[in-house]
Design a protein around this ligand. Structure first.
Ligand SMILES: Nc1nc2c(ncn2[C@@H]2O[C@H](COP(=O)(O)OP(=O)(O)O)[C@@H](O)[C@H]2O)c(=O)[nH]1
Ligand SMILES: [Mg+2]
Length: 260
């Protein structure tokens, strides 16, 4: 198989092929499953929780959720990108079910966390393993190696922008062009944080749609959702994780169709 001549070689196509082989033993372009029932998805999501609670379980390096052995796991690297205070750490903690920071504290160096997410693709249950990388802005500015390390082999970039920061929103088009190297072909997703803070919101629905249409990127509107962190955090976060995993899967299929 050869890459089409007009498409620059992409380093991570090999990774995508490997991911695909680990699932089926051959290259495939699999379509997404129709939405699986909430009851079925909840059965698998329960495996992510500490038994008898709604709190997410921490999985050590050699651990993973107890899903049927037939369910393969696929790993993806995600990088949080955005200006200081835009909500990168807040978003990473939300996705991983950790407590969110209530005050802005500069992230020291690079912080990573792993999020497991079971989803059905076609008729198969697949365990997505998302490795999320978050870097503090001071470290990025001070040390030249931080940004390249975060970007290396990245599958998706979550571009964070606060919906209560007009200046940050105006700068979003520039941020989108610098979010990833074109050769990475990373999936770019914008995360608009503080979305439910309506009194302070500086961005309209129309402006979000304009960004989606002109830049071809989806925008996730994220909110703090009251007390879901303590009651049913997972149910609240599930649509966001479903969306991110579907986008990653679609990107793999796009890269595979280039390769074939
Ligand atoms: N309520 C709420 N607070 C947020 C949200 N996103 C960020 N924050 C707050 O904004 C501040 C900065 O967020 P942080 O994640 O530390 O920014 P970072 O520098 O991009 O990592 C913190 O005080 C967070 O609590 C959000 O969506 N909702
Ligand atoms: Mg931070």
């Amino acid at each position: 198989m050869k890459l089409a001549s007009h498409i620059p070689p992409v380093g991570d196509v090999a990774q995508v092929v490997e991911r695909s082989l680990s699932i089926s033993g051959k290259l495939h372009c699999e379509s997404m499953a129709p939405e699986w029932s909430i009851a079925e998805s909840k059965t698998y999501q329960q495996k992510l929780l500490i038994p008898g609670t709604n709190k997410r379980k921490f999985f050590g390096l050699l651990e993973k959720p107890n899903l049927p052995p037939s369910a393969p796991s696929v790993s993806y690297k995600i990088f949080m990108f955005g200006k200081a205070g835009s909500g990168k750490t807040w978003t990473m903690n939300r996705l991983s079910g950790q407590d969110v920071p209530w005050q802005h504290t500069e992230t020291l160096g690079i912080q990573c966390c792993t999020v497991y997410w079971p989803m059905k693709i076609g008729n198969r249950l697949i365990l997505f393993r998302l490795e999320i990388w978050d870097a503090g802005d001071n470290s990025v500015k001070r040390y030249n190696h931080v940004l390249p390390a975060c970007r290396e082999g990245v599958d998706a970039v979550l571009v964070c922008v606060s919906a209560s920061d007009r200046e940050g929103w105006t700068d979003l088009p520039r941020l989108l062009t610098s979010a990833a190297q074109p050769t990475d072909r990373a999936a770019i997703i914008v995360v608009a944080t503080r979305w439910n803070n309506v009194g302070y919101r500086e961005v309209t629905e129309n402006e979000v749609e304009t960004i989606e249409n002109t830049h071809g990127v989806p925008v996730i509107r994220l909110d703090s959702g009251g007390d879901e962190q303590h009651t049913d955090e997972l149910t609240h976060t599930a649509p966001v994780l479903n969306f991110i995993c579907k986008r990653l899967w679609q990107r793999d299929q796009e890269l595979l169709s280039i390769k074939q």
